[in-house]
Design a protein around this ligand. Structure first.
Ligand SMILES: *Cc1c(COP(=O)(O)O)cnc(C)c1O
Length: 407
């Protein structure tokens, strides 16, 4: 179930291990190559309705269907902001990393009044701070990030939803790097707007956005003229979505990709998919610790990526260059200045198996050695294989990468 893109002349396969975009399974790629059919014809509408239905359990939403549109993740975030806020409306942003400030930029751009509850990157959202702020003032909305992919923190949306539900404010959540890999219970947790995008745990290329709104959100949005908006006006999306139709010309190839990805999640079973994300992220974190890396985030780690600080003496940008140049393994660094030379971020979302994690550990170990560092690869493979022993781990690595690990 893993996409492999042998790049001609390269000995090792190209491994896209970013926290998004993620590797696309071959099945999804093949689905995208199907003919582009009429976006309002019966055949496509059946596919579209399947997607709407298939997303509902992943969102934890019964009732209303989600909206689907051509957009990146930030576009989907903007759609949330322009529908819950407006000029002069007050919003509260729970900011604990890189994506809260994006919400802030979007809200300021439309003239909203912005307050923030800030905690340093790597810390969980300050729930008590949010509660205090909501008691002090009335807000149109609280904006938060589900899986903060700059730090690896997972937000306790159940607790946050419980706090916001006591007030008239709407809770809008960026789950771009969460949905499909981290549990989402929109109805149960009281999340009023969930926005996401195709290129993370949903195993598709970048370019498709989605939004799912609660009944509380629809009550607030309909008939309320918040401010200038058009393409992203949920009042245009809602009646079309309820009829099972796309609002605009549908990105047919992208939706066909998502249809296949949702079929894959259905075949594995949503519970199993979510459990696999938890297991693989924990395995990668344990293996990296055995290699000498240390954890960055406090609180609950996101199951969709692993964020770690390099072993003493290993420069993160040099390690990232060595992984790409020597092993065709592509991982991310950071935009945070203070950890620029230490932070590495690796995605654990989408179409991944145990062998991928062991291949990650093997290639990390090799790159560390290339840079003159010392590490315990056998110990890392044993930790990454969930204590099933380094030999088994090594066998799976060689199968994955097509070369003997004992070379
Ligand atoms: C990847 C990501 C986004 C992405 O936005 P794009 O516009 O698709 O680049 C937004 N929020 C989070 C939390 C992400 O991880």
């Amino acid at each position: 179930m893993n996409a492999r893109f042998p790049i001609s002349g390269d000995a090792v396969p190209y491994r896209l291990r970013l926290p998004g975009p993620t590797a696309i399974p071959d099945r999804v790629l093949r689905a995208m190559a199907q003919p582009i059919i009429a976006h309002r014809g019966a055949e496509f509408l059946a596919r579209f309705r399947d997607i709407q239905a298939g997303l509902k359990p992943i969102l934890g939403r019964t009732g209303a269907v989600p909206f689907l549109f051509a957009s990146t993740g930030i576009g989907a975030m903007e759609s949330a902001v322009v529908n819950v806020a407006g000029p002069g409306r007050r919003v509260l942003i729970a900011n604990n990393g890189q994506w809260g400030p994006v919400f802030k930029r979007l809200a300021l751009a439309i003239g909203a009044e912005v307050d923030e509850v800030v905690t340093p990157p790597g810390s969980p959202v300050d729930l008590e701070g949010v509660e205090r702020a909501l008691k002090a003032k009335e807000y149109a909305a609280v904006l938060a990030v589900h899986s903060e992919s700059s730090t690896g923190c997972l937000t306790d949306l159940k607790a946050l939803g419980g706090i916001v539900a006591q007030t008239p404010a709407l809770l809008a959540v960026d789950s771009v790097s969460g949905l499909g890999g981290a549990e989402m219970r929109q109805d149960e947790w009281g999340v009023d707007v969930v926005v996401s995008a195709s290129q993370k745990a949903l195993m598709c290329p970048p370019g498709l956005g989605l939004a799912s709104i609660s009944d509380k959100a629809w009550d607030a949005i309909q008939g309320d003229d918040l401010g200038p908006r058009s393409y992203f006006d949920y009042r245009r999306f809602r009646p079309m979505a309820e009829k099972g139709e796309p609002t605009y010309t549908a990105p047919v190839a992208m939706l066909t990709a998502l249809h296949e990805a949702l079929t894959m999640i259905g075949e594995e079973g949503l519970e199993a998919t979510l459990a696999r994300h938890k297991r693989l992220s924990a395995a990668l974190a344990a293996g990296m610790k055995a290699l000498g890396f240390s954890a960055f985030a406090q609180g609950t780690p996101s199951p969709t990526l692993v964020v770690m600080l390099t072993p003493e003496g290993i420069d993160a940008p040099a390690l990232i260059d060595r992984l790409a140049g020597g092993y065709n393994m592509v991982v991310a660094g950071t935009h945070f200045e203070h950890v620029k030379h230490r932070m590495v971020r690796i995605g654990t979302m989408g179409a991944l198996g145990d062998g991928d994690i062991l291949a990650d550990l093997h290639q990390l170990a090799a790159a560390i050695r290339d840079l003159g560092g010392k590490c315990d690869e056998a110990g890392a493979l044993a930790a990454g294989a969930g204590g099933r022993g380094p030999r088994r781990g090594a066998r799976r690595v060689s199968r994955r990468l097509g070369y003997p690990t004992s070379r």
